[in-house]
Write a protein that binds this ligand. Sequence first.
Ligand code: ZN
Ligand code: ZN
Length: 215
Amino acid sequence: MILDPHIHSIYSGDAKGTPRQIIKRAILVGLDAIAITDHDTMQGSKVAKKEVKDFKSIIIVPGMEISTSKGHILALGVQEEIKKGVTPQEAVDRIHEQGAIAIVPHPFVRYRKGLFVNIQDLKVDAIETLNSRYILGYSNWKAKKFAKKRNLPMIGASDAHFVTAIGSCYTQVDSEPNPDDILSAIKKGKTKPHGSRTPLHLILKEVINKKIKKC
Ligand SMILES: [Zn+2]
Ligand SMILES: [Zn+2]
């Protein structure tokens, strides 16, 4: 399964693209599964689940990106929203209570609230080692080294804030085509990150875009 597990929609407040536009683009670029992971809301994920009925050829893994007190955590497979501002440990506990998985996105990117800049002794299920926004930087390299040392499953994701960036990085998951199996395969480390950098003009567009409030 080709999965992009970290995409932002209009419900993030700092991203373009409705869930419907995201689904269409994801199908166009050949993804099998996506997670819409908006900042502190499951709205985008929920809307996508309804919209996808018109398409059928793609799997929606429910998700959100939680702003914990020490940095961001991706929750995949959650059914209920987790409030922003909780401690990282609380967030992980809430995620696991729901049978969902916790992934640390951009773990070492300081200015994007990378969690592992602040703490590292948190038991998570996987970490992003390939985030399309930091391909050239030191942070992806550091994340990969960390994942290998801790034997953590590695995830590739676009962290797209524009539909054209969707799938620029992705995770190949050795699983059956359903959300539960995708999540358990990630936990087992049956993942391979792939991809390339978000085109620079899109990153610049985003920086220039004054609507950007969060990351
Ligand atoms: Zn983030
Ligand atoms: Zn994000």
